[in-house]
Write a protein that binds this ligand. Structure first.
Ligand code: HEC
Length: 219
């Protein structure tokens, strides 16, 4: 082929430029984001996860919760997430800088979990119950039970565990038995409790406010 080298260089340059463009642009926009210090109380946001919650992040990843749950509240004007009360505000890129793997997800068989730790009903007991017996909290749901995250012990002959789940009798394992979260369940629940992007960054707010619609009939 007469122009083989030129053709090769052309294809190489096109691929190399688009690859660099995709990576470098993304890096310029997102890679330089850092924590923001609140000017009033000097607290840095987003705050890092606790050690236990960070282990729970790995459990969340292992168990594939991302197949049914997203972690992104869409901005006003791009979906009804705020009306569903999945967050007080849409998610910003800065919210994710503490995450080494971002579980944005793409399928919403269950609700978005980015702010699940900020929901008023969502305390540790609620999370343990929905993991062990989802039907006890959401009858008819297709959220799978994660019973393997719990141990079932006989209570007889020893003190009942302080961490045992309080379950309606229909979901309890039977008389004389108690359900106790394993270390993995505790870490996962610490992670879920830590999922709350409630701080509203002044710089992001102004950047993400939808443009005002032009007034009708104006000249
Ligand atoms: C097969 C899909 C599926 C998988 C996998 C799944 N879930 Fe769910 N999850 C659901 C559905 C559906 C609901 C909604 C229950 C309802 O009707 O309120 C839900 C609800 C929840 C809720 C309650 C949210 C709220 O605001 O009420 C939490 C917390 C939750 N899931 C956590 C998890 C975690 C953690 C994992 C991984 C260990 C997981 N889910 C795996 C489908 C799933």
């Amino acid at each position: 082929m007469k122009n083989g080298l030129a053709l090769f260089l052309g294809v190489f340059a096109t691929l190399a430029l688009s690859w660099a463009g995709l990576l470098l642009t993304a890096h310029r926009q997102l890679g330089s984001l850092s924590q923001f210090k609140d000017p009033v109380d000097d607290v840095l946001h987003p705050q890092p996860l606790s050690g236990l919650a960070d282990q729970g992040r790995l459990v969340y990843q292992d168990l594939g919760c991302v197949t049914c749950h997203t972690q992104q509240v869409r901005q006003e004007g791009s979906g009804g997430d705020l009306a569903r009360k999945w967050g007080e505000r849409g998610s910003y890129a800065r919210d994710y800088i503490r995450d080494t793997t971002v579980f944005i997800g793409q399928s919403r068989i269950g609700p978005d979990l980015r702010n699940v730790g900020a929901r008023t009903y969502a305390d540790a007991d609620f999370f343990y119950s929905i993991l062990y017996a989802p039907q006890s909290k959401a009858p008819g749901t297709n959220m799978p039970a994660h019973t393997f995250l719990f141990d079932v012990h006989p209570v007889a002959g020893r003190q009942p565990s302080a961490h045992a789940l309080t379950l309606p009798s229909k979901f309890a394992p039977g008389a004389g038995l108690e359900v106790v979260p394993t270390r993995r369940a505790e870490a996962l629940v610490a992670y879920l409790l830590g999922l709350k992007d409630t701080y509203d960054y002044p710089i992001e707010r102004s950047r993400n406010t939808p443009a005002e619609k032009p007034k009708e009939g104006g000249h």
